[in-house]
Design a protein around this ligand. Structure first.
Ligand code: 3PG
Length: 402
């Protein structure tokens, strides 16, 4: 398959100063903030292996301002060291401290810069030409010979560190990016049905738009919803009180679209039919009518069974986001059952998003799933046929490199 961008196969990188943008956004323990799953770090090691004779600087994000997983990349650097890489960390992104450290990187060494989202301008989403003017790009690009983008998980974000450097540096895809685009393109070229989408977790506004697009293009035959996105649609259906929308970002703005989608696709969108709520730190299973203001932390057992049956009969099943507050053991059940059904399914299965992928790995199900994607929103965007900003930027860079 011909890729629309250049890869590491097409450039010289030995001895060169290489800036790599990776997506090593990891699941953290909500209390200790320790990394609980380092699969995204391990996933990008094939790229690091190939660049062992280069002078490598890594750029990445962890969480986003305001989220409880918004932290430093120092622990990520420790993991790289444990994996055998000669990695060091600098608590700076593009200031003098970072620039000095970058200049000192030797062949075989890896310097990890601080979380790029600690720079406010990184959160701006705009076309390449605009974000390329951000100081993070302007200050850093002259220090490098090559830009390698391996951040497939963030490919749907047109932000400075993702697309800005492609304007100034020869730019190619790393091995994660390459593998994701190849595999997902192959999977999407099949016309199998039923095509089942299982969505949970947060990042609700993004996910509602993805559901809208996938339904509009007729790709999904069933959309099974849990987690906060499930709550939004339950509120839209009038099945649980509006108060359950409080933790949902942009709740008021996104609710009308959820209502409209429910009306239009009532036979396709499947909502939880029962709940697991928390009471005095215990899991209590109940009907939706009975939740009585208690935290709704997981889909109920009847929902898990219904969803599992639909998944087992699918020809393509794609899952993204947990069905509940899986970080708490008592509320893992829904996500565990969905993953077991996906692993049992004799069909094409794709699991995306850090949380569910991490859980599939912990449950030892990886070999039973067709593709574990390192992307969440990026993978879903790709599946709707959306041209991802990163893919577009790498394509343009490839044309300039000819
Ligand atoms: C992800 O975890 O999906 C990626 O790292 C992108 O993160 P974001 O949704 O915060 O941009």
């Amino acid at each position: 398959m011909k890729l629309p961008f250049k890869t590491l196969d097409e450039v010289e990188y030995e001895g060169k100063r290489v800036l790599i943008r990776v997506d090593i956004n990891c699941s953290l323990d909500p209390e200790t903030k320790e990394i609980i799953n380092d699969s995204r770090i391990r996933a990008m090691t094939p790229t690091l292996e190939e660049l062992k004779k280069s002078r490598v600087v890594l750029m990445a994000h962890q969480g986003r301002p305001g989220s409880n997983d918004f932290t430093s990349l120092k622990p990520h650097t420790e993991i790289l060291r444990k994996l055998g890489y000669n990695a060091s960390f600098v608590d700076d992104i593009f200031g003098e401290k970072a620039k000095e450290a970058i200049k000192k990187v030797k062949v075989g060494e890896i310097l990890v810069l601080q979380n790029v989202r600690m720079f406010e301008g990184e959160m701006k989403k705009a076309p390449v030409d605009e974000v390329a003017q951000e100081p993070i790009v302007q200050e850093l690009y002259p220090l490098f010979d090559l830009f390698v983008n391996d951040a497939f998980g963030a490919a749907h974000r047109s932000q400075a560190s993702i697309v800005g450097f492609t304007k100034y540096l020869p730019s190619v895809a790393g091995r994660v990016m390459e593998k994701e685009v190849r595999t997902l393109t192959e999977i999407l070229s099949t016309e199998y049905h039923p095509w089942v989408l299982v969505l949970g977790g947060s990042k609700v506004p993004d996910k509602v738009k993805i559901i809208e697009r996938l339904l509009e293009i007729g790709r999904a035959d069933n959309v099974l919803l849990g987690g906060l996105i499930g709550n939004l649609f339950l509120i839209a259906a009038g099945k649980i009180p509006d108060d359950y929308g409080t933790p949902i970002k942009e709740f008021e703005e996104i609710l009308p679209l959820a209502k409209e989608l429910l009306k239009k696709y009532s036979d396709v969108i499947m909502l939880p039919i029962d709940a697991s709520v928390e009471e005095e730190e215990d899991r209590v299973e109940c009907s939706l009518d009975d939740i009585a203001g208690r935290p709704f932390f997981d889909i109920g057992p009847n929902t898990a069974e219904e969803f599992s049956n639909i998944i087992r009969n699918a020809r393509v099943a794609f899952a993204n986001g947990p069905m509940g507050f899986f970080e708490k053991d008592a509320f893992k059940h829904g996500t565990v059952e969905v993953l077991k059904a996906i692993a049992d399914c004799e069909c094409i299965t794709v699991v995306g998003g850090g949380h569910v992928s991490a859980m599939a790995e912990a449950m030892d199900l990886v070999s039973k799933i067709t593709h574990i994607s390192t992307g969440g929103g990026a993978t879903m965007g790709f599946m709707t046929g959306e041209k991802l900003p990163l893919v577009e930027a790498l394509e343009d860079a490839a044309k300039r490199m000819k």
